[in-house]
Unconditional design. Structure first.
Length: 94
């Protein structure tokens, strides 16, 4: 009958050089494609700023008056004017 011919494996050198050559060809092809492609136009970047206005009001005590009162608060029906004659602090935020 016919003898079956046994296939030999390729040696190390041709496989190595073939792999290196294939890698070089594919790398060159991809570099050419990247350099030939036009870059997309950059989109404008949107920057959003949140601006919050906070008004901090500090009421300074009048000179000569007690700073802290721990007793009960007594309210009268008539408005009391301050002795210094200054107007109360008002803001446009309230």
């Amino acid at each position: 009958m016919t003898e079956s011919r046994r296939l030999r494996r390729p040696s190390f050198a041709p496989v190595l050089w073939g792999s290196v050559a294939l890698f070089a060809v594919l790398f060159a092809l991809l570099t050419y494609q990247l350099s030939a492609a036009s870059a997309p136009a950059p989109r404008p970047i949107l920057v959003r700023k949140v601006i919050q206005r906070r008004v901090v009001t500090t009421v300074a005590p009048t000179p000569g008056a007690a700073a802290v009162s721990s007793g009960p608060v007594v309210s009268s029906s008539a408005p009391v004017e301050s002795s210094a004659g200054t107007a109360p602090v008002t803001t446009g935020a309230s």
